[in-house]
Design a protein around this ligand. Structure first.
Ligand code: ZN
Length: 478
């Protein structure tokens, strides 16, 4: 390979299998004004690197991370600790010396010093070995001071090193651990990173501190719901710090069907209608619904329909009326079952048929007590089974008008109570309860004693909390 080709190669970005390198490469492309990393020209590459170097020099000259404009300097300690940008010994130097040190740090090593090995990420010629100063998580803190000289870490080519230098531009910066969103859906990653680079202008170029975020998972939820295209891959939330005080990396994943469902609920009108109710269902005494929903999505998605069931039951308990948003939430739970849990349409129909029967029976009651009793069996499958069996016998002996099938078919029984590992009986029981409330709402059932309570309370449409209201307002333009 000629010297010119080699030089060209060291100015061309490539995407590798390393998620943080990929986020950095997209950020560098955005700084270079290119649509994607592969389209960055050598001139664009140089421009972007020059911008990053200028930003690092400006931040270092602040010298004090506690000053109002010292945010980027403070954050740099979690990306490039002990670098020429923030090492104590550097900060005591004159502005000129400081700038020269940073420029040297951000310039490629002379070819004579290249180690003659390949970049571990992309396989091109490496320009040196890189460790913690340039690459987050390249070494564990346990080995920090014991790495032999000359073996500081990973063999990397210059464009891969620069991708790591650009990584902070593509992350949500908090002042503490940083948050990166990654996906193998290239279009989504390009979009998310380019928006983040724009926003980080305030923090990196202007030095303004970032707002506190309610929860890191919300960053992902927000990005998903503002994305207009179909997602073709899952999404990972990487929370990391390369700080000397402790290196951390947490990875939380969202599978593609759930990521796509969360996105679609912002777009499809019939699902969007219930989203405010979904937030209300996830609100806790101290935390907004958007936090509860985002956390459930990442950590335990099956809790999403469970939260809906609990919320509807609580509201019924308080007002004695079937909540008016029961139908909206039931619609969301059904689409969740089909699109996220891959439940078969026929199976969902079986559960709904049982729910229809249960609602018919309950609607003949004038007291709210029977519905409360049915709800209490959710905690105890044995009792729910006994409850349904007793009603099934009554149903057979004295079928309601128009009843042309048993209350509890064998498939529904299996779905609700079979404890086999491939059956999500618990999830199906939550669906059943939500569907019962949906039917009762459709039937217009108003228990006599419930109405008395309702007179006092009137049907309180629990208002959304302040944070959730703001969140929804932010989505109005979608
Ligand atoms: Zn490389």
């Amino acid at each position: 390979m000629s010297v010119a080709d080699l030089d060209e190669q060291q100015h061309r970005l490539v995407l590798t299998a390393h998620p943080l390198q990929r986020v950095g490469a997209y950020a560098l492309a955005e700084l270079a004004g290119a649509e994607e990393p592969e389209k960055v020209t050598p001139e664009g590459f140089n421009t972007a690197v020059a911008k990053m170097t200028a930003d690092a020099i400006r931040a270092a000259k602040v010298r004090d991370t506690k000053r109002p404009e010292g945010f980027w300097l403070k954050v740099s300690l979690s990306f490039f600790p002990n670098s020429k940008m923030n090492h104590n010994a550097q900060l005591k130097k004159s502005d000129e010396e400081l700038a020269a040190g940073i420029r040297a740090w951000r310039s490629p090593p002379e070819p004579a010093s290249w180690p003659g090995v390949r970049c571990v990420l992309c396989g091109r010629e490496a320009v040196g070995f890189y460790g913690k100063v340039d690459v987050p998580l390249a070494e564990s803190h346990l080995y920090r001071n014991t790495t032999p000289r000359g073996h500081a870490g990973l063999a990397l080519c210059w464009p891969c090193v620069c991708s790591f230098h650009a990584l902070p531009y593509g992350c949500r910066l908090t002042g503490g651990p940083s948050i990166a969103l990654h996906s193998w859906d290239e279009r989504f990653l390009a979009r998310v990173v380019s928006r983040q680079v724009e926003r980080n202008h305030q923090h990196i170029v202007l030095g303004r501190a970032a707002d506190k975020i309610p929860a890191r998972e919300v960053v992902a939820l927000h990005a998903l719901r503002h994305y207009g295209e179909r997602l073709t891959a899952g999404v990972e939330l990487l929370v990391f710090s390369n700080n000397n005080k402790g290196q951390t990396l947490e990875i939380h994943s969202l599978e593609q069907p759930l990521a796509e469902w969360l996105r679609k609920t912002a777009r499809r009108p019939e699902l969007r209608q219930g989203f405010a109710a979904l937030l209300r269902a996830h609100a806790g005494p101290k935390s907004p619904g958007v936090v509860g929903l985002a956390r459930n999505a990442f950590h335990d998605p099956e809790r999403i329909p469970a939260a809906c069931a609990r919320y509807l039951a609580d509201r019924f308990d308080r007002s004695g009326l079937v909540p008016s948003d029961a139908a909206d939430l039931a619609g969301l739970c059904s689409s969740f079952a089909i699109e996220v849990m891959w439940m078969k349409e026929n199976d969902l129909a079986e559960i709904k048929a049982t729910a229809h029967g249960v609602a018919l029976l309950l609607s003949r009651e004038t007291s709210a007590g029977k519905l409360r009793e049915f709800h209490s069996t959710l905690k105890d499958p044995g009792r729910m089974q006994a409850w349904l069996r007793t009603r099934a016998v009554e149903w057979t002996l004295n079928p309601p008008e128009g009843a042309d099938r048993p209350l509890l078919g064998s498939r529904a029984f299996q779905l609700l109570f079979d404890t086999g590992s491939d059956n999500r009986a618990w999830f199906h029981r939550q669906l059943l309860f939500v569907a019962v409330l949906e039917e009762l709402h459709r039937l217009g059932w108003r228990p006599a004693d419930g109405a008395a309570v309702a007179k006092e309370i009137t049907e309180e449409d629990q208002p959304l909390g302040e944070d959730d209201t703001k969140y929804l307002q932010g989505e109005e333009s979608l």
